[in-house]
Ligand binder design. Structure first.
Ligand SMILES: [Zn+2]
Length: 191
């Protein structure tokens, strides 16, 4: 099996399967034969990961692209739905906010500026309501913490205890939705 070795000051071996190939991260002192053995022992896992990546790639290539009209419809719907969710959650988080903008983006679900202006992706209209809420809560919590620190997440979980579950949903299914927006640009593949 072919793989690429990246040596560094680390203390243990680690393995990563990426679209561009298998990468082993290794300490300087570990000899090549030991890395070979490490990779060989994990071959079934590597094959399995490669298959999964291949499936993901195929799924992304087969998606139905959204037409401009579809996107306009989603944006219109989002302009009704999302401000309502923001209005509902803002007092629970205990924050104010500025303008709400709906965008059709290929890479982000939401963002929050230092002034409290909020952006949301219209593709959220293609996700479960719980995902919409989790993104709204995430962005509103940035009004308290402009980072992803433990303190930030403590606030997110307080307001939305099921956050992880729906964030996972978005991580898993989000790239497919983004690909419908950005057909042909499959750069969200990988991790
Ligand atoms: Zn964030």
């Amino acid at each position: 099996m072919e793989y690429k070795v990246i040596r560094s000051k680390r203390k243990t071996l680690s393995l990563e399967v990426k679209p561009e190939g298998v990468i082993v991260r290794a300490p300087f002192f570990v000899p090549k034969w030991q890395i070979d053995r490490f990779v060989k022992e994990r071959e079934p896992w590597i094959r399995n990961s490669q298959n999964k990546l291949e499936q993901k790639k195929r799924a992304l290539q087969q998606v139905e692209p959204l037409s401009e009209e579809d996107i306009k419809k989603l944006a219109k719907q989002a302009k009704k739905v999302i401000p309502e969710r923001v209005k509902y959650y803002a007092p629970i988080v205990g924050v104010s906010y500025g303008r709400i903008t709906i965008r059709s983006q290929k890479s982000r679900w939401g963002s929050c500026s230092a002034k409290g202006n909020l952006n949301f992706n219209c593709l959220l209209m293609l996700t479960p309501d719980e995902v919409i809420d989790s993104v709204v809560v995430h962005e509103l919590c940035h009004r308290l913490q402009m980072n992803h620190s433990a303190k930030f997440y403590r606030e997110v979980y307080r307001v939305y205890p099921e956050y992880d579950l729906w964030n996972k949903w978005l991580k898993k299914n989000g790239p497919i939705l983004m690909a419908r927006m950005a057909k042909g640009k499959l750069d969200s593949l990988g991790g």
